[in-house]
Design a binder for this molecule. Sequence first.
Ligand code: URA
Ligand code: SF4
Length: 235
Amino acid sequence: MTTSGARTRVTGSAADFIPPKPTLPRLREAAAGCRGCHLWEHATQTVFGEGPRNAEVMLVGEQPGDQEDLQGHPFVGPSGRLLDEGLVAAGIDRRRVYVTNAVKHFKFVRVELTRRRLHKKPSAGEVRACHPWLEEEIRLVHPRVIVALGATAAQALLGPRFRVTEQRGKVVRSEWAEAVVATVHPSAVLRAPPEAREEARREFFADLGRVARLLGKSIARTERAEMTERAERIN
Ligand code: URA
Ligand code: SF4
């Protein structure tokens, strides 16, 4: 297996593949041929974001998993099923949500002597190389709320010092949208030890519930209400 040489020319950034006058369909088509980093080589296909162009919410995961890589759609495997349950519980219609990932190709290691492919965390360089796709998606969809699922997505949007453990469920101000809310990745819930899983799931669903409430009202008003609540607790 080679990762260098003439066969595998990569440019170092997805920016080199952004088409002129981008629209979501044009971006999707261009992303299919992206060679911004090495991850395209071993993956089956680019898994681009999906959802309506006028979605109010954008969910950002880390990277496609095994099922997503095979099927070509984001969040259709086990994490996607848990996410769907969480959205239903929160009363958020997935058909009105734009779902994407910080990295558009599946990074994995093969488990010896099996056909299994194990997820491998993308490097900071790979996240950076792929970022132009996400930026274009955000620019075109222009969601009110962006939900970062897990540390990779949260740090891709909010910087390397952002800590999901400290800030989960809170409204974060940023250049990207009226509100960014970070929570855990659904796979973290699935991987939690059995005795902690129910609690992890409840907390994940509660964060999605906060997102739903945010969508129901003006975000500025929600922030004021939270500030009042904090002030009342202090007094
Ligand atoms: N995990 C992710 O982060 N994204 C997917 O699309 C699937 C699993
Ligand atoms: Fe391009 Fe992103 Fe795939 Fe790398 S992971 S090849 S930057 S689409």
